[in-house]
Design a protein around this ligand. Structure first.
Ligand code: HEC
Length: 117
């Protein structure tokens, strides 16, 4: 009973959540190149990028459909950008490194991640 209530709530949340596909000022094609440049694929499988095969972090796919990212942070463009730029400020224990990504690059990468199937 309780379990199905929780499952129902999760489905409700998922269906209510907006599909984040637009990051103001972010350019998805640039973001795609930057993901290659920063080597995100050494830790993540990324849908549509066959060379991105890393298994250290979770596969990056359907990010726009997620209610939460990293299992705890509400999925908003601002939170996704913050995670990309300073993951260790969001979660001090994560092994995802802060890579010195600029604000504009963070925008472009977030815009790209929101296009993933
Ligand atoms: C050294 C390995 C490593 C590198 C390099 C790395 N990540 Fe991560 N990433 C992780 C790990 C591990 C997690 C899971 C962290 C957690 O949930 O606390 C993660 C989580 C994420 C998430 C959240 C995924 C989800 O399912 O909620 C996103 C988005 C992300 N990374 C994007 C990137 C991007 C973009 C880059 C390149 C700029 C990158 N990562 C580079 C290891 C890495």
């Amino acid at each position: 009973m309780r379990k199905s209530l929780v499952a129902g709530l999760a489905i409700l949340l998922a269906s209510c959540s907006p599909k984040h596909s637009v990051v103001a000022g972010g350019e998805p094609n640039t973001g795609k190149n930057l993901v290659g440049w920063y080597g995100c694929g050494s830790c993540h499988e990324i849908s549509g990028l066959p060379e991105a095969k890393g298994l250290v972090g979770p596969p990056l796919r359907r990010i726009a459909r997620r209610v939460y990212i990293t299992g705890s942070v509400p999925n908003t463009p601002a939170n996704l950008m913050h995670w990309i730029r300073e993951p260790r400020k969001v979660d001090a224990r994560t092994i995802m490194p802060d890579m010195g990504i600029s604000e504009q690059h963070g925008r472009d990468i977030a815009a790209f991640l929101y296009t993933l199937d």
